[in-house]
Design a protein around this ligand. Structure first.
Ligand code: C2E
Ligand code: MG
Ligand code: MG
Length: 715
């Protein structure tokens, strides 16, 4: 369950796409690039500024040193020695008076310490009156100046700082593009005087070009990174969207697929306003789709599926879904108000689907499971948090599968009985073989009597499952399951060999044995050597062939007729009798009679149920008996429960009666008594009626159901 939830969450995540992850990555990458580039530019500019300023300071310090030495040497004009440095300078004494000046004094009062990497304490700097002080910024400590690389760069690129060409300066200064003036202050004579000299932060043309190129390179790099990340972001997002589209797209209908149904379906059922709606999950199946594909083509079949998808989708609102599940199955999520309204909607849907192509008449089966809104004790709408959409759809499929037998359109709703049915099918499937191995299948015998003489003429062997776990189970609860899963072949073998053994045993015990008929499933007739198999089994038990009759159900006659006729003929050659069971319950019995060389005709119980004074019914039965006689066949009337029926059949010349009037299916011990008696007495009739009354509560078998018939039926 936990794993499933995780998988669902992943699916939802996938559906939303990881656009946010990509976006966040994009933002982080851009941010980091900007920070990195800024730091780099800042460090680079600091380095450039530091080295240029250090050079200037060293020149000024050299001047101060020369001046000091000249002073100490007693020169009257010590400044003359440094004049050829072509730098404005002046010297202040301890009282702040200018004692010597060379050039113009444009030094301002604003000053501070400038930190340079070669000087641990930094150097003192005064701003020039003309200089732009914005290049510097205040450091942490009071009076400390720092070069702001950002401002410096801005200044270098934008501001055309004026550079006053100094008298006598070398001609190569035309290379200088920008120069920022300021003043260095160096203490001389042990701090008694201060030597001020004008210095320049210079950026010549090469510097500027380099800076501009550098800025362009960085800008270009930044732009490239930005474009790359952006392109990556766009391609990832679009491919993500494409992937999502493909993931939720059905290859046949080019519309929603099962994944979409699960993800969006669970969302609608659990979230938003739609969670307050009644929903139905439907399984819609195009009946005989494979047949259509075989008769036409797969392409045409798929075209038809697209039509179905379009038609159904056109009937749904935005909070409803139609998704192609597989093959001819569609999963639908449909809102409804009342079950009646949903009934009508499904009926109309089927009607429209049936007639979607004027040249064909299609059939559709729909199974539905309802998910009405439920409220808790506090009157609040309960959340469908634990809902498993796959399971609900499976329920809808189970409901739909109940229609499988029919080729006509129809719909069915899921209910808990279906779960029970499915469980029972599973149980039978799981236990069928062990039940066979443990001899849990037992044989009941139902005698057949001559209606005129009441003489015992035959019997039918009918299976029961005497399960230690589930009790006594009637054939109708197991045979249809065996027929579907193929186990019926084993059952037929079991019955034939056991009946043959019983007959042999009774023969040896001196009973006056009569032929016993065994039902052979139509699935068995596919086997070419069926007649040989039966012969060998009967021979192995040592039972004479004329004591065994084989009943073939009427529906088997629609299968491969040629094979059937061959098997019947072989069986007759081996001395077995073959009867047609349930004659009259199907559609083309007469046609089958024409082709099949049968010995016995068993009139279906349906002839003898319902209205007793049915003149038309009597005509049909008497004509059927007459027809059988003309074809040299014996007749057995099944399901005869009333004396009037027995008398009527006697008059019509029916050969045998197999019905509750004379006897119900019974265990072998009881049947032995019937054999011993040889004829049905009034006591037998009463006993059968009493048995019916006693069996009434055990309502699982047709026999038991029949036991509920009114008392007069027992007569
Ligand atoms: P069937 O072969 O037509 O068997 C006759 C069914 O009619 C039996 O039901 C029998 O109990 C019932 N019946 C007989 N007389 C009356 C009557 O007067 N009134 C009513 N209401 N019912 C009567 P059962 O034993 O429940 O068997 C049902 C069906 O299950 C059989 O119909 C047969 O098709 C199938 N079946 C039973 N045993 C076997 C078997 O061993 N192999 C195969 N392949 N099918 C079997
Ligand atoms: Mg039968
Ligand atoms: Mg029958």
């Amino acid at each position: 369950m936990a794993r499933r939830k995780k998988a669902d969450a992943n699916l939802r995540k996938f559906k939303k796409g990881n656009i946010w992850i990509t976006l966040v990555c994009f933002i982080i990458a851009t941010f980091l690039t900007i920070v990195f580039v800024s730091l780099f530019i800042s460090a680079f500019l600091s380095y450039v500024a530091d080295s240029k300023m250090t050079g200037e300071y060293n020149a000024v310090a050299q001047m101060a040193n020369t001046y000091e030495k000249a002073q100490k040497a007693g020169l009257d004009e010590p400044g003359l020695l440094v004049e050829n440095e072509y730098r404005d300078f002046f010297v202040k004494d301890a009282n702040g008076n200018i004692v010597y000046q060379q050039g113009e004094n444009t030094c301002s009062d604003k000053n501070g310490r400038l930190s340079l990497s070669d000087f641990s304490r930094g150097v003192r700097v005064y701003l020039d009156k003309e200089s732009d002080s914005f290049v510097f910024e205040k450091g942490d400590e009071e009076g400390e100046l720092e070069i702001d690389p950002e401002k410096l760069l801005k200044w270098m690129l934008e501001k055309n700082a004026s550079y006053t060409k100094q008298a006598g300066q070398k001609e190569n200064t035309n290379e200088v593009a920008l120069a920022l003036p300021f003043w260095f202050c160096v203490e001389i004579n042990d701090g008694q005087e201060q030597f001020f000299a004008k210095a320049y932060f210079k950026a010549n043309i090469r510097d500027s070009i380099f800076m501009i190129l550098f800025a362009l390179a960085i800008g270009f790099q930044l732009f490239t990174v930005f474009v790359l990340v952006l392109v990556n972001f766009i391609t990832t997002t679009t491919s993500q969207r494409k992937m999502t589209h493909i993931f939720f797209l059905d290859p046949v209908t080019k519309d929603h697929n099962w994944m979409h149904f699960l993800v969006r379906g669970e969302f609608f059922l659990r979230h938003g306003k739609s969670r307050k709606s009644n929903y139905a999950i439907l399984d819609l199946v195009f009946v005989k789709y494979r047949n259509f594909c075989v008769c036409h083509s797969v392409e045409e079949g798929e075209e038809l599926l697209r039509k179905v998808n379009k038609l159904v989708s056109g009937k749904l609102n935005k909070k409803e879904i139609c998704a192609h599940y597989a093959s001819a199955n569609f999963a639908l999520l449909k809102q409804y108000t009342t079950k009646e309204e949903l009934d009508a909607w499904i009926a109309k849907l089927i009607e429209d689907l049936e007639s979607m192509d004027p040249t064909h008449r299609f059939a559709f089966h729909v199974g539905a499971e309802l998910l009405p809104v439920t409220v808790n004790e506090k009157g609040k709408i309960e959340r469908r948090n634990n809902l498993n959409l796959e399971k609900v759809y499976n329920d809808a499929c189970t409901a739909r599968s109940t229609l499988e037998e029919s080729d006509d359109s129809g719909y069915a709703f899921f209910d808990e009985n279906l779960v029970e049915e499915q469980r029972w099918i599973d149980t039978v499937h799981a236990e069928q073989q062990s039940a066979l191995d443990n001899n849990e299948y037992i044989i009941y015998y139902q005698p057949k009597y001559d209606p005129r003489t009441r003489e015992l003429k035959g019997a039918e062997a009918l299976i029961r499952w005497n399960s230690p776990k589930h009790g006594m189970k009637a054939p109708n609860t197991i045979i249809p399951i065996f027929e579907k899963n193929g186990f019926i072949v084993n059952i037929d073998h079991y019955m034939i060999s056991h009946v043959a053994r019983d007959q042999k045993k009774w023969l040896d015990a001196g009973y006056r044995c009569v032929p016993v008929s065994v039902n052979v499933s139509r699935a068995h007739f596919i086997e070419n050597d069926l007649a040989e198999q039966i012969r060998d089994m009967v021979d192995e038990a040592g039972c004479p062939h004329d004591l065994l009759e084989l009943e073939i159900t009427e529906s088997a006659f629609f299968d491969d007729k040629k094979a059937l006729v061959t098997t019947i003929r072989k069986l007759q050659e081996y001395g077995f009798m073959v009867s047609m069971d349930d004659f009259g319950s199907g559609y083309s019995s007469l046609n089958s009679l024409k082709d099949m060389p049968l010995n016995i005709l068993k009139l279906d119980a349906g002839f003898f149920s319902g209205d007793l004074d049915n003149e038309r019914g009597e005509i049909v039965v008497s004509e059927a008996i007459r027809l059988a006689k003309s074809l040299h066949m014996e007749t057995v009337a099944e399901g005869v429960e009333l004396k009037e029926q027995v008398d009527f059949l006697a008059r019509q010349g029916c050969d045998m009666i197999q019905g509750f009037y004379f006897a119900r299916p019974m265990p072998p011990e009881d049947y032995e008594k019937k054999m011993a008696n040889g004829v049905a007495t009034q006591e037998d009739v009463e006993e059968s009626a009493a048995a019916g009354a006693a069996q009434a509560p055990v309502a699982e078998t047709p026999a038991a159901e029949a036991a509920e018939v009114p008392a007069e039926a027992a007569e």
